[in-house]
Design a protein around this ligand. Structure first.
Ligand code: UD1
Ligand code: PEP
Length: 420
């Protein structure tokens, strides 16, 4: 298992190019199931989750090919030969559940392994299943699999989500593109990734309006066709590197970063004493003064994203004064706390809130990554700490961040990957 060795204490200066968004790219690849024509995606990130999604689509019978020489363009196409998403792939990556809606809409049946929980929470998929039932699917659970059938095709309906689930909104939006009549999704998720997916589906011939608001309307069509689409830039990767500039007292230009997608995160940076500006196609982040403690609560978009919580925890652990972070999306997303405390942070968890008492400095230590964003919070702590930090279980990080060591080292960080 690979490890990172980080020697902290250097402010980061320079430019980092932000890649295509993991959380958009995965669903955009799945959209390839909705047509027999080719869907060409550009700005595809090189991360393990994309490789896992490629493997899943390939086992459904699609061909997923790299186009050109820069490895950032993928072409998806071909006929679906299997409607089963097996446990060995779904258990690697929960986003695999997103094939359920498209397979049902296109093939009128699907058998998808239940994803189960993961390190950050139990993560049920009841809203996906109830929504598809409202569109006319019959769903049974057996032997750890979701068996879904709609022999006469899906039929549009009004679906009121009790919680604005990102995955349920995407699954239902994709399924509804090929349903008969109109589907309305009320209390839909409003994340920018929703807009990116809807734009791509519309380019494929779908009729979706309202994506990015809480009320999405989809007029079903007979068939979708091929299209080309550029995956939006990864707002979480951008926010993460912004934390690297902030925690080291540096100055980074994040190429492709869009302040508009990071509203609540930008406000949190500013409150904490970090300057964030849009300069053409780049987001510039710099800190010259002290970091100040702030309170944060994670919420669905446009609120503060849970996927930035761990990184802010590292940042606030070296801020002046106390901070409180309340996590409202996932019930177990504080696993980085004991690891940060091993590096000298002073964080106490009370239920869904963490109180962070800022310390003057952190000290390097051997630490263990427990999930994707927790991994990066430990890298951030390592970049700010005195001495050497050894981060193990880097495979969590590789799920969603491309070339971390290259991007950070180019800006002055001392970080190396040790293969093993
Ligand atoms: C691949 C991807 O895009 N992942 C993102 C997506 O995950 P994901 O799509 O899984 O997140 P959801 O918005 O669906 O989940 C949020 C909350 O709703 C609960 N829930 C969800 C569905 C359901 O049927 N029943 C239910 O109870 C979940 O357990 C969780 O507590 O949005 C999350 C919230 O912004 C992000 O942290 C993830 O990075
Ligand atoms: C939780 C995340 O991803 P996933 O939903 O794929 O587990 C994340 O990107 O932080």
């Amino acid at each position: 298992m690979d490890r990172f060795i980080i020697r902290g204490g250097k402010p980061l200066h320079g430019e980092i190019t932000i890649g295509g968004a993991k959380n958009a790219g995965l669903k955009l690849l799945v959209a390839g199931l909705l047509t027999s024509e080719r869907l060409v995606l550009t700005n595809v990130p090189h991360i393990a989750d994309i490789a896992t999604m490629r493997a899943l689509l390939t086992q459904h019978g699609l061909t997923v090919e790299t186009v050109g020489n820069d490895n950032t363009t993928l072409s998806v196409g071909g006929e679906i030969t299997s409607t089963e998403a097996p446990y060995d792939i779904v258990s690697k990556m929960r986003a695999s559940i997103l094939v359920l809606g498209p397979l049902l809409a296109r093939c009128r049946e699907a058998r998808v392994s239940l994803p189960g929980g993961c390190a950050i929470g139990t993560r049920p998929v009841d809203l996906h299943l109830k929504g598809l039932e409202a569109l006319g699917a019959t769903i049974t659970l057996e032997n750890g699999y979701i068996n879904a059938r709609a022999p006469n095709g899906l039929v549009g309906d009004r679906i009121m989500l009790p919680f604005a689930s990102v995955g349920a909104t995407e699954n239902l939006m994709m399924a509804a593109t090929l349903a008969k009549g109109r589907t309305e999704i009320v209390n839909a998720a409003r994340e920018p990734e929703m807009v990116d997916l809807a734009n791509c589906l519309n380019a494929m011939g779908a009729k979706i309006t309202g994506a990015g608001t809480g009320h999405i309307m989809i007029e079903g069509v007979e068939a979708l066709h091929g299209a080309q689409h550029r995956i939006m830039s990864d707002r979480i990767e951008c926010g993460t590197y912004a934390c690297a500039a902030a925690i080291t007292g540096g100055d980074l230009r994040l190429i492709g970063g869009q302040i508009d997608h990071l509203g609540a995160v930008v406000r949190a940076f500013e409150e904490a004493g970090v300057e964030v500006t849009q300069e053409g196609d780049a987001m510039r982040v710099r800190r010259t003064g002290a970091l100040r403690g702030i309170d944060i609560m994670t919420e669905p978009y446009p609120g503060f994203p849970t996927d930035m919580q761990a990184q802010f925890m590292a940042l606030l652990s070296v801020a002046e004064g106390a901070s409180m972070i309340t996590e409202t999306i996932f019930e177990n997303r504080f696993m980085h706390v004991p690891e940060l405390n091993r590096m000298g942070a002073r964080i106490n968890v009370h239920g869904s809130s963490a109180i962070i008492r800022g310390v003057h400095s952190l000290s390097g230590a051997p630490v263990m990554a427990t999930d994707l964003r927790a991994s990066f919070s430990l890298i951030l702590a390592g970049l700010a700490a005195h001495g050497e930090t050894i981060l193990s279980r880097v495979y969590h990080l590789d799920r969603g961040y491309e070339a971390v060591e290259r991007k950070l080292a180019a800006c002055g960080a001392q970080i190396e990957r040790v293969k093993g």
